[in-house]
Ligand binder design. Structure first.
Ligand code: PLP
Length: 354
């Protein structure tokens, strides 16, 4: 992916002088394009915890970031859009699947920043005209959509970049999931935000559990934990990587975290081995909803009135529930489920959920 990234992160690091390094001060110096109100709510899930009979489970509501139905990409895009603007860009280009939350959030961020937006979506538009969920919101936001197969997405982003340039536009490519060093800054900051909230409530979390896919969220959280001395475990539930892919994926996350550390001006390297990635819950693969997800969706809805989506958050919550039931997560622990926000996708799975 790095081959299609324009010179960006360097722009930040060259401007930063961080003597007497302190994460709060440094984060403040980095340009950020405001897309949401923060902090997002931190709430206990009393009824779900009671029903499962294990640890005390809380939820961090990143599904409630205030950008077009929310999600974790809002935090990444605050830094990515700021970087794009500082490079003089006027058009955002990114890619994802048909129900990509990242593409939906990028389309919305482009509107807020008064930029154009091209989305490369893998798959084909639904033949029956049944436009749904994130795909529908992409269209409502006015993004230009381009369809191709999954393996050709990068090439198509480059083609669109050239076309934009020939029209005198200044395009900026955001990698799939917004997962690079710039995007990961959003989750370094998020970990810091969690620390402040935990302090106010005088509680500690033994573990954070969340859906991991393109790695930027996990890279940012892990780096944030390292920099702020967060002592809990950080467990990504893989949405799409199997055991065989796990090693190269943790190396990829270490690289993203390294880029973010460079931007922050810290000499902090994260060893690939320190990432905790659980690959046991990928079921039949990406975006295929199974019994694990269906059960998590119904349980969260019927105990907490909390909506989780079939592709990411129901898989992660389903994994969390399974870990409680297998007593891997213990009653004496306090667990945080970090909701990364994919509510709109439930509508695209109506047939399987109704
Ligand atoms: C993108 C996404 C994730 C995964 O985040 P990464 O940074 O790509 O690992 C998790 N949940 C939802 C809802 C997402 O859209």
């Amino acid at each position: 992916m790095s081959s299609v990234m324009p010179a960006l992160s360097l722009k930040y690091s060259s401007g930063l002088k961080c003597k007497g390094w302190d994460v709060a001060t440094v984060m403040k110096e980095i340009r950020r394009f405001g897309l949401s109100r923060f902090p997002t709510p931190l709430e206990p899930m009393l009824q779900l915890s009671k029903k499962l009979g294990g640890p005390e489970i809380w939820v961090k509501r990143d599904d409630l970031t205030s950008l077009a139905m929310g999600g974790n990409k809002t935090r990444k895009l605050e830094y990515l859009v700021a970087d794009a603007l500082s490079c003089g860009a006027d058009t955002l280009i990114t890619a994802g699947s048909i129900q990509s939350n990242h593409c939906r959030q990028t389309a919305a961020a482009a509107v807020r920043a008064n930029m154009g937006c091209h989305l490369v979506l893998s798959g084909e538009p639904p033949a029956d005209g049944g436009v749904q969920g994130n795909h529908l919101i992409d269209l409502i936001m006015g993004a230009s959509l381009h369809w191709t197969d999954r393996n050709s997405r990068d090439a198509m982003m480059l083609t669109i970049t050239e076309e934009c340039r020939s029209q005198g536009l200044k395009p900026y490519i955001i990698p799939v999931g917004g997962s690079n060093g710039v995007g990961a800054l959003g989750y370094v900051n998020a970990l810091k935000e969690l620390n402040v909230q935990s302090e106010q409530l005088e509680i500690n979390f033994d573990r954070i559990v969340f859906a991991s896919s393109s790695g930027g969220t996990q890279a940012g959280l892990q780096l944030g934990a390292e920099l702020t001395g967060f002592s809990g475990r950080i467990t990504g539930i893989s949405v799409d990587q199997d055991k065989l892919q796990a090693d190269s994926f943790t190396s990829h996350m270490a690289k993203i975290a390294g880029e973010a550390a460079t931007i922050l001006g810290v000499d902090s390297r994260i060893n690939p081995g320190s990432f905790e990635l659980n690959t046991n819950y990928i079921g039949s693969g990406y975006a295929v909803m199974g019994e694990l997800e269906r059960r998590a969706i119904h349980l969260a809805a019927r105990t907490e009135a909390l909506l989780v989506g079939p592709v990411y958050t129901a898989r992660a919550l389903g994994g969390l529930i399974d870990l409680v039931e297998k007593s891997v997560l213990l009653s004496k622990e306090r667990i945080l489920f970090w909701h990364t926000g994919d509510t709109p996708t439930i509508f695209a799975y109506a047939k399987e959920l109704a």
